[in-house]
Design a protein around this ligand. Structure first.
Ligand code: ATP
Ligand code: MG
Length: 160
């Protein structure tokens, strides 16, 4: 279905804003304009739920979580940044693998199965997008994913 991603993203963030603790701050950098894209809303909600839960889980007291959407010519880039513990460089690519969790001790304390980002990757790829992470240990983490504005419709047109 087609959704206005800007409005939809605000709605998802609002839901977390209701339950988050007061010492975590949310900052939204989302265009005012409507951005229409075609997605499986339930699946993308699952992706965002996991990324935002992770950001909250690994944020320190007083941390800021920043939500961004950037519209490019043929895709949008969505990102969620936190000021948490970060992820060591060697683990960055692996966090999208099934059951992979950085630092067993820390992860066990915080709970989870290590499936969230693997599922997120699967969903984003199925939508024709990509997902990646940037992180600095003890500075924070940003998870990015893209979604195409126009989905390939191979059957509709043919070149003559
Ligand atoms: P689940 O999502 O299944 O409940 P999980 O959160 O541990 O479990 P993923 O969401 O797949 O699993 O994340 C994989 C691992 O990547 C986490 O265990 C954690 O070590 C690391 N990670 C993910 N997001 C962050 C983040 N924002 N800051 C620091 N580490 C992170
Ligand atoms: Mg998770």
């Amino acid at each position: 279905t087609w959704i206005n991603f800007s409005a939809y993203f605000h709605k998802v963030i609002d839901r977390f804003e209701l339950t988050k603790s007061d010492n975590i701050r949310f900052v939204r950098k989302i265009p005012r304009e409507a951005i229409f894209i075609e997605v499986d809303e339930d699946k993308i909600t699952q992706v965002l739920d996991n990324i935002i839960s992770n950001a909250l889980k690994y944020s320190p007291q007083g941390g800021t979580i920043t939500f961004r959407v950037r519209k490019l010519a043929d895709e949008i880039i969505v990102s969620v940044s936190d000021e948490g513990v970060g992820i060591p460089k060697a683990d960055l690519a692996k966090i999208f693998e099934r059951f992979y969790r950085v630092d067993k001790a820390r992860s066990r304390k915080l709970g989870g199965t290590g499936l969230g980002l693997a599922i997120a990757k699967e969903v984003v790829l199925a939508h024709g997008g990509t997902i990646w992470a940037e992180s600095k240990e003890h500075k924070g983490t940003t998870i990015y994913f893209t979604l195409p504005l126009e989905r390939e419709q191979k059957d509709d047109w043919c070149d003559v």
